[in-house]
Design a protein around this ligand. Structure first.
Ligand code: ZN
Ligand code: ZN
Length: 602
């Protein structure tokens, strides 16, 4: 279809949708790197897709993982007065001749021979957090097929939750925030535009979630541990809820609170649990959707729910994405969720505007004690422990405000954090649109390369500066343990004091102890600026609990009383000098090897 046939759009784009479209055009003018738009559920993704498809000069393939989404996206495009083909077995159509094709990834990957066309210039992937790095997955097979035909293919992903359990952020860097979020190897190279959920609610594009924590009436999932995949095993989830006497009370509570509500979605812990819950709700007003349901039946139920012929829709987690029933105004969560993204996906089902039902908010009833903050951004690393929260740490190098897991005082001072490298993105000098630049190389935690002295990530095996293999901590320990003139301390404590050295000068004396009270010491002078600088480099940077947060003692007294700011190494290795005294040569922090670490002194 020629572009000249482009009718005036049936829908006017909202300003932020227009901006998203412009960012996409800008990005792909300069780059063929895959990019992501992050728009919350209800932001009108299908309208943005329709606009982009209508603007494209070449052929466009829009993929989604479920037929509901394929249908929604195609319908929005058709509302422009434009024609497109649908390629989805679930929708009973396998046409791929038009300039624009809306397809389900499963149907397309099984019929790649119908997409042997180098004229495809734009591939749009809805709910693109489902694209995995595994080359054998359906999305990757379609991508490789189209890229082979057209190496300049532009790939755009859209999602409300750009995060995968076990992988982290699905993109490398965030354009607006000038920040690095995911791995450099991420499939999507950048998030080029993002609208936060909070902004959408504040500007009345979504209704407000009203969350009630059901502390009295709740399941206790606290002992559950996620599997390697990051997900809770369904069998384990079911153990908690099976024969649980609280279930009938929860269902009664939902019903009572739903008295003035229009549409209720219930998220359960297992299929068995969902069946039990559905059985306790009024049968004529309730339907159950599980993954085992045939497509046709599932569509009939969803239609009946959207038409408000049934009030309660019970499921496990099949309806977290690609489901659109604006009248939903109560979400009941009877299962733990593994990440804030999944939690946001569930709640997102109830935030759409619905003028037809006079909806003003969405009640969120959490009967599973989920710890997530609806508004919080995702953090790429797992939370180290339950005492940590998100803290802001400014980079001493570039000033970027990093969000890391950490510990704060009541006054807001950061006492400890677990950030490793600054997430700031430094644009290259010159054209702002050429997408060039690099991640700030300031490291809060690091290991030093013995070959070149450069800093590397604490988990790195190869030096990023000189490609030398970094010597494994276990190897260093093993070597030292075999030497007669070496001493290895399994550190269980550390003290700092002001002491006089042999010449009667005031020095900071740092002493490390092991479990048998064997000890090794270091002495530092802090009188001149040069000495303090040396102390900072040789001692502070590795010993600080909150590196980069500005604690810098002015003299030995100040350092000696500042122990709360400091951590001690797991091991200290010393060598005998002149057969007389021990000199500390290495301190091993963040040790992950096979030797036992000391039990911390009480
Ligand atoms: Zn920085
Ligand atoms: Zn090196």
């Amino acid at each position: 279809m020629a572009n000249s046939a482009h009718q005036p759009p049936a829908f006017q784009l909202r300003p932020y949708q227009q901006e998203a479209v412009e960012r996409v055009l800008e990005w792909f003018r300069a780059s063929s790197d895959p990019a992501v738009l992050c728009l919350p559920t209800g932001a009108g993704k299908s309208l943005v897709i329709a606009e982009l498809a209508s603007l494209a000069r070449g052929r466009v393939l829009v993929l989604a993982h479920v037929s509901e989404l394929v249908e929604q996206n195609q319908a929005k495009y058709a509302s422009y007065g434009l024609e497109a083909d649908i390629f989805s077995a679930g929708l009973g159509s396998k046409q791929a001749a038009s300039q624009v094709v809306f397809g389900s990834v499963q149907s397309v990957v099984r019929n790649l021979e119908q997409f042997n066309d180098a004229a495809f210039t734009l591939l749009v992937i809805d709910e693109c957090h489902r694209v995995s790095l595994d080359k054998k997955t359906s999305y990757q097979l379609v991508i490789q097929h189209l890229l082979k035909l057209n190496p300049n293919l532009k790939i755009l992903g859209l999602t409300a939750t750009p995060f995968r359990l076990g992988q982290g952020f699905i993109y490398h860097r965030h354009l607006q925030q000038q920040a690095v979020r995911g791995e450099e190897e991420s499939f999507f190279k950048a998030c080029i535009y993002e609208l936060p959920l909070r902004w959408m609610v504040k500007n009345n594009f979504l209704v407000k979630p009203e969350r009630l924590d059901m502390a009295v009436l709740a399941y206790d999932f606290s002992s559950l541990v996620p599997a390697n995949t990051g997900y809770f095993p369904e069998a384990e989830l079911d153990k908690v809820v099976k024969d649980n006497r609280v279930t009938p009370s929860i269902v009664a509570d939902i019903q009572q609170r739903a008295a003035q509500r229009q549409g209720v979605m219930v998220f359960c812990a297992s299929v068995r649990h969902a069946e039990e819950v559905a059985g306790l709700l009024p049968s004529e007003q309730t339907a159950l959707i599980t993954g085992a349901l045939a497509t046709k039946e599932r569509q009939q139920i969803i239609q009946a729910f959207k038409a408000q012929q049934i009030k309660y829709l019970v499921n496990v987690s099949v309806l977290t994405t690609g489901f659109d029933a604006p009248h939903v105004d109560l979400i009941a969560i009877l299962r733990p969720t593994e990440s804030v993204s999944l939690y946001q996906q569930i709640i997102g089902r109830g935030l759409r505007l619905s003028p037809a039902t006079d909806k003003t908010d969405c009640l969120v009833l959490d009967y599973a004690g989920n710890p997530w903050d609806i508004w919080a951004p995702e953090v790429n690393t797992p939370r180290p422990n339950a005492n940590t929260e998100l803290v802001q740490v400014l980079c001493p190098g570039c000033g970027f405000a990093n969000s890391f897991w950490g510990v704060k005082t009541a006054e807001g001072e950061v006492l400890e954090h677990f950030g490793r490298r600054c997430q700031g993105w430094l644009e290259a000098a010159g054209e702002a649109t050429d997408n060039k630049g690099q991640q700030c190389d300031f490291r809060f935690r690091f290991r030093v390369c013995d070959a070149c002295g450069g800093e590397a990530d604490i988990a790195a095996r190869v030096c990023p500066h000189c490609d030398a293999t970094l010597v494994d901590a276990d190897k260093k320990l093993k070597e030292a343990l075999q030497l007669k003139d070496a001493k290895v301390l399994r550190v269980s404590g550390m003290t700092l004091e002001v002491a006089l050295n042999g010449k009667g000068l005031e020095r900071l004396k740092v002493t490390y102890y092991d479990e048998d009270a064997s000890e090794l010491s270091d002495w530092y002078a802090l009188e001149t600026p040069a000495q303090r600088k040396a102390f900072e480099l040789a001692f502070l940077r590795e010993h600080l609990k909150a590196p980069g947060c500005g604690w810098l003692p002015k003299n030995a007294e100040e350092a000696a009383v500042g122990a709360e700011h400091l951590r001690y190494p797991d091991f200290v290795i010393a060598r005998k000098i002149n057969k007389k005294y021990w000199r500390i040569q290495q301190r091993l922090f963040d040790y992950q090897g096979s030797y036992r670490k000391a039990v911390a002194a009480g």
